[in-house]
Design a binder for this molecule. Structure first.
Ligand SMILES: C[S@@+](CC[C@H](N)C(=O)[O-])C[C@H]1O[C@@H](n2cnc3c(N)ncnc32)[C@H](O)[C@@H]1O
Length: 197
């Protein structure tokens, strides 16, 4: 776990609670439940993370990457991203790991700059409740556009919050393939995995 990111996320979370949506990094068990499915025999994969924060989930993703895979992380908060980069870049070694300061509303644009049109997995901790319905729709429409058929969209819901209906509405062509509740996380969290098509 990236313990050093805790203080930065706490400060940024308190200062910008609406956009950051948390005051502590996601715990290890949630991070592991959100990590991508990568088998040795799989063809090269492209993984995108939306809302990397200080990198607690990013760390679990990067650990699983093979040299032929590519990872793009996106976050709109520069301070959190700088903290994430400090720990993630040395971990990346020979692997393609890139974290970008941007709004997830521009996923396609960011991927295009890397010559990427389609991706295999999108892992997301963006607090949709803090965004307008229009912004949420824009992000989810692009998730749908960029994910390959059979690709996974993994996101979280805090159990204390109401169900995230807008995700299921926008991704109506996806199927929920897994739900995992992690009570030990603060706050207790549900990890929801959907598959396109
Ligand atoms: C709940 S925090 C999760 C941080 C980290 N992934 C974790 O699990 O500890 C949500 C993150 O989403 C980022 N975020 C919020 N709205 C965003 C947007 N529209 N585009 C990109 N990142 C966004 C915040 O800056 C914050 O880092």
């Amino acid at each position: 776990m990236l313990k050093k990111g805790k203080r930065v996320l706490f400060t940024e979370g308190v200062l910008n609670i609406r956009s950051v949506g948390a005051v502590a990094p996601t715990g290890r068990f949630v991070a592991r439940a959100m990590a991508p499915e990568i088998k040795i025999s799989d063809p090269p994969k492209i993984i995108v993370e939306l809302g990397v924060g200080t990198g607690s989930i990013t760390e679990e993703i990067v650990k699983r990457l093979r040299p032929e895979d590519r990872f793009i992380g996106i976050d709109s908060n520069k301070v959190l991203l700088q903290e994430c980069k400090k720990y993630i870049e040395p971990m990346a070694r020979d692997r393609f790991v890139c974290v970008e300061h941007a709004d997830a509303q521009n996923i396609k644009h960011i991927l295009k700059a890397h010559n990427i049109a389609m991706v295999d997995e999108v892992i997301c901790t963006i607090p949709f409740r803090a965004l307008s319905a229009r912004e949420t729709k824009k992000i989810l429409a692009q998730v749908d556009d960029v994910l390959v058929s059979g690709g996974r969209f993994v996101f979280i819901r805090y159990l204390i919050a109401p169900a995230t209906k807008e995700v299921f509405r926008a991704l109506h062509n996806f199927t929920v393939v897994k739900k995992k509740i992690v009570m030990s996380n603060i706050p207790p969290t549900e990890v929801i995995t959907m598959r396109k098509g």
